[in-house]
Design a protein around this ligand. Structure first.
Ligand SMILES: *[C@@H]1O[C@H](CO)[C@@H](O)[C@H](O)[C@H]1NC(C)=O
Ligand SMILES: *[C@@H]1O[C@H](CO)[C@@H](O)[C@H](O)[C@H]1NC(C)=O
Length: 266
């Protein structure tokens, strides 16, 4: 009996060590400027881009906002010169349909037209994701220029990154903290004996589970725990209590990892 306990404790410890490595999490790329970003498409000061486009394209600037100071960014379609939306994201031109280059200053929430808050509707995320993928699909742009195909491939990769990051509760939480420039030490483990014990017991139960039903029961318990920490994260984040919010993500990581372990057995 004692040996079994010791074995479980040791395997829990190794699980905890494993949890501290975050290789299973989607990587959050720093917002680097894209090499493909062409100057006429970046968010330049409005007057500059107006002049540039007038000179380069000699096209009437339809729908140009009159009060330039009221919009902090302004972009034009590289293909037809029409002005992009004054707020939100400019992935494809509403007028000629041309796919635009990636704008690294646009964050993942903006790609999905969502407020930068933790609580999002997964259905909305899914729907908008499918829409973007339809518009950026290689089959749809295969007849277009190499330049536009390049833009579409880049945009598509970025939309996939954005979707994966926002869909998962933990990576969404970490991304929000990143946007707030809050540093999260992802190597840090939680030194709470209760959590250690809980993980050990969970592991024991998973090992002893005889059928899918008992695994499902453990799974739903762990999901509830994750949900509850996820809710605590939301409350802390909304209050801008970033210290607590970071602590919540550290606990969420344990439950996410536990869910992965259970899924493997199911
Ligand atoms: C332009 O917008 C800014 C900010 O919204 C406002 O303060 C300013 O009065 C506006 N100017 C004109 C000419 O409407
Ligand atoms: C976060 O957790 C650490 C222990 O890991 C603790 O010392 C700290 O007080 C916690 N911060 C908040 C704001 O709860």
């Amino acid at each position: 009996m004692w040996n079994r306990r010791k074995h479980l404790l040791l395997s829990s410890l190794s699980l905890l060590r494993h949890i501290s490595s975050t290789s299973h999490l989607p990587r959050l790329h720093p917002l680097k400027p894209s090499p493909l970003l062409s100057p006429s498409n970046s968010f330049l000061p409005p007057v500059d881009s107006q002049l540039r486009n007038n000179l380069l394209l000699e096209l009437p600037l339809r729908g140009f906002p009159r009060n330039l100071s009221s919009s902090n960014s302004c972009s034009f379609c590289w293909n037809c010169g029409v002005v992009g939306p004054t707020s939100g994201v400019f992935l494809a031109c509403g007028s000629c349909g041309a796919v635009q280059p990636v704008d690294a200053s646009v964050d993942y929430f903006q790609i999905f037209g969502m407020k930068k808050i933790y609580e999002i509707e997964e259905g909305d995320l899914e729907g908008i994701y499918k829409d973007w993928q339809k518009k950026l699909h290689p089959d749809l742009v295969h007849s277009k220029s190499e330049k536009e195909k390049g833009f579409a491939a880049e945009q598509s990769a970025r939309v996939i990154d954005a979707y994966r990051t926002l869909k998962n509760p933990l990576s969404r939480a970490l991304y929000l903290l990143k946007l707030e420039q809050i540093h999260v030490d992802e190597e840090k483990t939680v030194s709470d004996p209760d959590l250690l014990m809980e993980m050990m017991e969970m592991r024991e139960a998973v090992e002893e589970a005889k059928d899918t039903q008992s695994l499902n029961e453990i799974q739903s318990k762990v999901k509830k725990k994750l949900d509850s920490w996820s809710k605590s994260f939301k409350e802390a984040f909304n209050k801008q209590d970033f210290g607590s919010a970071v602590n919540c993500t550290q606990r969420m990581k344990y439950y996410e990892r536990a869910l992965e372990e259970i899924t493997k057995k199911l």
